[in-house]
Design a protein around this ligand. Structure first.
Ligand SMILES: C[S@@+](CC[C@H](N)C(=O)[O-])C[C@H]1O[C@@H](n2cnc3c(N)ncnc32)[C@H](O)[C@@H]1O
Length: 233
């Protein structure tokens, strides 16, 4: 192949890779930070509307440079914020705080809805990092971290819950559902993370898809997969 043709082929291949494979990753690169200019138009970046929002997004960005701990992706986090803000959520209950990234996405909404997040974490080290992240973002007043085994601790939650977010031990989702659905308000949402990867508990899937009291839709199936279930009115 003549040298010029070869060079053109290589350049074309590189361009295609950078504008498709890289840019179409649902979450962009994790360690090198976002490259907004390389994203496709539908993969827009979150744009802060004010200083408070910027502080939260900056804290998220910093946290995302560190160890991942299987925290939600940016795409999944933005969905959490959208659902909480559009439903005007006053009480979000999360199972699985980790280092607080999903909590920060919820906080973006809750500062506008006048709502609160109660989040549960069994690992004291992760709970401590989450506490720091919430302070850094200036949202510690919106969030209560409950440290301990959520299977026990959720008994202390007083409803009505607007959104229940399940993101801890996957085999425990059914137990959390059974314990908390009675205090989920009619019209409230159960958001379940990891409905594709790792393998979801079939008993939980059956519970949210075979019960006429619920309406469930599965979203973002190219990522970890998110199930959104409404408790019917
Ligand atoms: C996937 S991570 C949560 C990620 C977090 N929601 C985020 O996106 O930032 C799951 C977390 O659940 C916690 N966990 C597991 N079993 C738990 C239990 N029984 N009670 C409370 N937390 C638990 C783990 O320690 C871990 O930090």
């Amino acid at each position: 192949m003549p040298r010029l043709t070869f060079a053109v082929c290589v350049l074309t291949a590189l361009t295609l890779f950078s504008t498709t494979a890289w840019a179409q990753r649902p979450d962009g690169p994790r360690r090198s930070g976002p490259r907004p200019e390389a994203r496709t138009p539908i993969e827009n970046v979150p744009l802060p509307k004010d200083e408070e929002e910027k502080k939260i997004l900056d804290a998220l960005q910093q946290s995302r440079q560190g160890p991942r701990y299987a925290n939600v992706s940016e795409a999944d986090g933005r969905l959490l914020r959208l659902l909480a803000e559009t439903t005007g959520a006053k009480l979000v209950v999360e199972i699985g705080t980790s280092t607080g990234e999903s909590g920060l996405w919820f906080a973006l909404a809750l500062r506008k809805t006048g709502g609160k997040l109660i989040t549960h974490e069994i690992d004291p080290g992760r709970a401590a990092v989450a506490t720091e992240n919430f302070k850094k973002a200036g949202v510690e007043g919106l969030i209560t971290i409950v440290q301990g085994d959520a299977h026990e601790k959720v008994k202390d939650v007083a409803g009505p819950i607007d959104i229940l977010f399940l993101d801890a031990d996957k085999s425990g989702y059914l137990d959390y559902l059974e314990k908390l659905v009675p205090i989920l308000r009619p019209g409230g949402l159960i958001i379940a993370h990891n409905m594709v990867r790792p393998n979801p508990d079939p008993r939980f899937l059956e519970a949210i898809t075979k019960n006429p009291d619920f309406e469930t839709s599965f979203l973002l199936m190219e990522g970890s997969g998110v199930g959104v279930t409404m408790k019917k009115r």
